[in-house]
Every structure is written in C-alpha cells, then in structure tokens.
Design a protein around this ligand. Sequence first.
Ligand code: NDP
Length: 434
Amino acid sequence: ATRNPHQPEFLQAVTEVMESLWPFIEEHPRYAEQSLLERLVEPERVIMFRVSWTDDHGTVQVNRGYRIQHSMAIGPYKGGLRFHPSVTLSVLKFLAFEQTFKNALTTLPMGGGKGGSDFDPKGKSPAEVMRFCQAFASELFRHVGADTDVPAGDIGVGGREVGFIAGMVKKLSNRADCVFTGKGLSFGGSLIRPEATGYGTVYFADEMLKTRGKSFDGMRVSVSGSGNVAQYAVEKAMALGAKVVTVSDSSGTIVDEAGFTTEKLAILMDVKNHHYGRVSDYAERTGVHFEAGKTPWHVPVDIALPCATQNELDANDAATLIKNGVLCVAEGANMPSTNEAAKAFEAAGVLYAPGKASNAGGVATSGLEMSQNAMRLNWTAEEVDNRLLMIMQGIHAACVQHGTRADGSVSYINGANVAGFVKVADAMLAQGVI
Ligand code: NDP
C-alpha cells in the first residue's frame, strides 16, 4: 500500500488474489521463493504519455494515455484499451494484473497488459474520435508489436476505435503485422470476436449450472451494461431459452418483465452501436420501463450477469440478490462485484464466477485472431465458436480442479486464481530473476 498510494482498485484486486492464493502458497512454499509474489504484483513496465488533439471548435484538448505492460512471462503483453473518464493508473494496473491470470487460464501463450485514456468518447463527433485515436496511436505505436504487445478493445473502444488506432499504428510503423485484435473483418479480424466475451460468459455459466443439473432454459436473467459484452450475453442467454429482464448503462436500468426478444435486441444494438445513445433512448423507442439512476440488482432473477464495470455490485446488492434466490452469478465485466459481495455469494452457496474465469472468452478469441493472422487464413464462425466453447469448458474444468473444497463444493475464486497463478509462476521461476 505504501508503494502504491491512491490506487484503491489495484490494491483491491491484489488483495482478492493474494487472500485466495495464501493457503495454496503455504502448502507449496516454493512459490514464495525468489520474491516471486513481490515481482508478480509489480508491472514490468508502465508507460504514461500526453495525448493532445484538436476538437471540432479548434481548441486543443489534452488527455493522458497509458499502457501497462504487466507480464510477458508466458507470451506477448495482451489486454484491451479503455477510453472512459474514470480511467486512472490504479484502474489500469488492476486490469493488467487480472489480465495476466486470465490470459494464463485460457491456456494460450499470452502475457498480461492493459491501457487506455481518460478521454470520454460520449458526445464526441466521429471526426473528434478519429483525431483522438490517431493522437493516442502516435505514441502507442512505439510500444506495441505482434511479438511484444497486442492491445484490443474494452470500454469505449469498439470496432471503430480499434480500426482508427490500428490504421495509424500501421502507417507509422510501415508494418502490417497483427498489433491489434478485435479488428474489422476487412483487415484481419476474426469472426465471433465481437460476440466472444458475452457468449463465453454464458457458456461458462451454463457449465456451472450443469454441475447442479440445471441450464439456462426457462431461467430469469438480469444483465447489467448494454455495450459489447452485455449485448452478446443477452443474445446467447436468449438462445439457450432464458428470459432476460434487464440491461443498463450509467444513466439507469431497463426492467422488461416481458423479456428481451431478437427484435428488441436489434433495436438496443442500433441505439448503442450506431447512434451511440443511452438505454433511455431504447426505452423511448420500445416503450419498455426505464428506472433512472438504478442498477439491475433489485430485480429478482435466477441468474445475474454483471457486464458493465468494476465495483458495480456491492455487499447490499449481493444481499438483495441472495434474498431473492439467485442461483448463479457470472461476471462478464472485470471485478464488477466488490470483494465483500463476492465473498457473500460464495458463503451463500451461489454459483459465483469471477470475471477472470467467466469473461476470458474475449481474450481467448483474440488469441485465436492472432493465430489466424500468423497463419494468414480465416476460420469459419462455427470453427471459432466451437473453439471458444471448448476453451470456456477447459477454464471451468481448471476451476473445478483447483477450487474444489473438502466438502465437494467449488470455489471458483480460488480455482481461477490458483490455476492462473501456477501457470504464470512456473514460467517465472523457470526464467530466472528478471
Ligand atoms: P462497452 O463500452 O461496450 O460497454 C460498457 C457498458 O458499461 C456500457 O453500458 C456503459 O454505460 C457501462 N459502464 C461503463 N462505465 C460505467 C460506470 N462507471 N458506471 C455504470 N456503467 C458503466 O464495454 P465492454 O462491453 O467491452 O466492457 C464491459 C466490461 O467487460 C468491462 O468491465 C470490460 O473490462 C469487460 N470486458 C470486456 C471484454 C471485451 O471483449 N470487450 C473482455 C473482457 C472483459 P455508459 O455508456 O453509460 O458508460
């Protein structure tokens, strides 16, 4: 804490991981040798830079850009870029730390990183977004490379922004290799990458439900957020027979007792992806109920899928969900549940999956995009989707293997942390003190 003052999110993520790893490390003391844990919580490199750009009124704006290169132990740094006013060094350090374990869990050769800016894309014209992305790329380009660091999208960085940044990086480096994933299909993107995080979260939850002889069929589901991850979580949950009753954004929550339909989801995607609008605009277009300023957690459901942002679900929300009989909580977002909320779910016997396990489908499919680029070929949507399903099933199995308690129940928190840690730690120990 003294080395990282004013970094509450980073300390929260480190505390969660270290608390759950501790009993394992006591049993396997070789993992405490060579200051391994101290090295693991220190990013290999932190890059912070000025991003200046000119808005539509001719005024020069200044933002701060970051790239956290946390660990290259098992492969090139890999992790998304986030553009949101809440972005700080602490937020990106927590995300890069988590990403390192998540990427290890996928079993693909990817290290951990994260980056972004406090730039707020809301209300900006397309030309402003492009100028910002190009200014951001004019510094980022010297730190990325197909075998060094391969960023992707995250909050506020979708296909449009990835295209602008990847285009500028390509121009400046005069190289066409894969320095970005989540690219458009016309320049090396992979089918199913946009869907992967949302689909993967539902696949993971389905595996958890199977352990209790249940499935999504006929279940009531709440989803938070309404961006990339949320949209495809809604789509896959519906496809598996569930009734999705909520989505949200930072302005409030849609509560739709009739449940989402394919037609309603198409309208939500149009509002969010083409008009960059709010869920209240969606409510106006469809006539469904909108609760300003509320989160979805007071709505009684069988399955909750938090897909918006960190710390969006606290101990009170967890208590409400538990009181209302929630069976399963699978995180599409990164660290949406506070540590207290996560512990409450486990204590109540809820099937609870931390984001590093359940949302790993996005980065796994980014790994598949890198493989396709390296081989210069494209797999079909079916092939990518099948691989995604197999990877999610593999992560579930790893969590069960490392997280099963003496009484036979499974802590997915412990399972995900131990499984990810062992892979990174073994690689670090083998490569000496660097
Ligand atoms: P998007 O930008 O597409 O959507 C983000 C959603 O979360 C929006 O609905 C947004 O609402 C809401 N949100 C963001 N910040 C806040 C906030 N401070 N309070 C309330 N709501 C907020 O991002 P993604 O869907 O890509 O990402 C969502 C989450 O999933 C993030 O935690 C991300 O790290 C995680 N994730 C994403 C992956 C991916 O492949 N995209 C992979 C793995 C994890 P609003 O528009 O009002 O801000």
